[in-house]
Write a protein that binds this ligand. Structure first.
Ligand SMILES: NC(=O)c1ccc[n+]([C@@H]2O[C@H](COP(=O)([O-])OP(=O)(O)OC[C@H]3O[C@@H](n4cnc5c(N)ncnc54)[C@H](O)[C@@H]3O)[C@@H](O)[C@H]2O)c1
Length: 247
């Protein structure tokens, strides 16, 4: 798919990897509408010439309304990049007692069900495009899907769900001419991580095989762009981690 003429929605586009993706796609000529629950994303979107709809990805009505607004604004949807997500750290049994079920559910709800909620409605719109290739969906997993750390039961489960659903969704949507891939980032220098003390960032970077640094959100954005443009890539989860294998 030609990114320069694509109409893309980017969830979580108010911050971090999603914001870098929205900005990169705009710089390549794509139309972009950001869906994020953080209303602060409105100014960022305006600054890069993107649309913005305040959206909670876990809410059916909110996402349906956001997709309808994105279609009205851009005339359709060709690309859906799901970056909305949260990270929590909580042990199965910690000092405070057993893992809270609410926090486990909420992590799955936002990271996994939220991504599926958006992509199923976006795919229905893409299917109307009437071309041989009607759309591309890019979800965001994590290396925690494969090498989750202590305290990451909920997060790793949500990301393993993203990796696990990639192939069956690609198979489901093949007849609609829609490709589906996921990116599994390692450790990226998003606002969340850049807020950590320098020595913590340095010790995380030292774990990376090569190059020994945090990933740049722009590198995530360029990988998403590559997936959009590479028509033979489908049903795959791509690790983007500088060879990092967590213990
Ligand atoms: N930064 C990393 O190192 C890293 C590594 C692996 C995976 N990831 C994944 O990449 C994605 C983006 O991470 P990031 O570092 O850019 O995080 P971030 O916190 O900078 O951005 C996440 C965005 O998602 C939005 N969001 C959260 N819940 C939402 C909801 N219910 N509805 C709509 N929007 C919602 C937030 O408002 C925020 O703008 C996440 O799924 C994260 O798990 C990040």
């Amino acid at each position: 798919m030609d990114l320069s003429t694509a109409r893309a929605i980017v969830t979580g586009g108010a911050s971090g990897l999603g914001a870098a993706t929205a900005q990169h796609f705009r710089s390549r000529g794509a139309e972009v509408t950001i869906l994020d629950r953080d209303a602060g994303g409105r100014d960022f979107a305006a600054g890069i010439g993107a649309g913005f709809v305040q959206t909670d990805v876990t809410d059916e009505g909110s996402v349906a309304a956001a997709i309808a607004q994105a279609v009205e604004r851009m005339g359709g949807i060709d690309v859906c990049v799901n970056c909305a997500g949260i990270a929590i750290g909580e042990k199965t049994v910690g000092r405070e007692g057993p893992h809270k079920l609410d926090s486990f559910r909420r992590t799955i709800d936002i990271n996994l069900i939220g991504s599926f909620n958006v992509l199923r409605l976006a795919a229905a719109e893409m299917a109307r495009n009437g071309r041989e290739e009607n759309g591309v969906i890019v979800n965001t997993a994590s290396i925690a899907a494969f090498d989750g750390q202590a305290g990451q039961a909920a997060y790793a489960a949500s990301k393993a769900g993203i990796a696990g659903m990639t192939l069956p969704i690609a198979r489901d949507l093949a007849r609609s001419g829609i490709r589906v891939c996921a990116i599994a980032p390692g450790i990226f220098g998003t606002p969340m991580l850049r807020g950590l003390p320098d020595e913590v960032q340095d010790s995380l970077a030292a774990e990376v095989t090569f190059p020994k640094r945090l990933g740049d959100p722009e590198e995530y954005a360029r990988t998403a762009a590559f997936i959009v443009e590479m028509g033979y890539l489908n049903g795959e989860t791509i690790r983007l981690d500088g060879g990092l294998r967590m213990r």
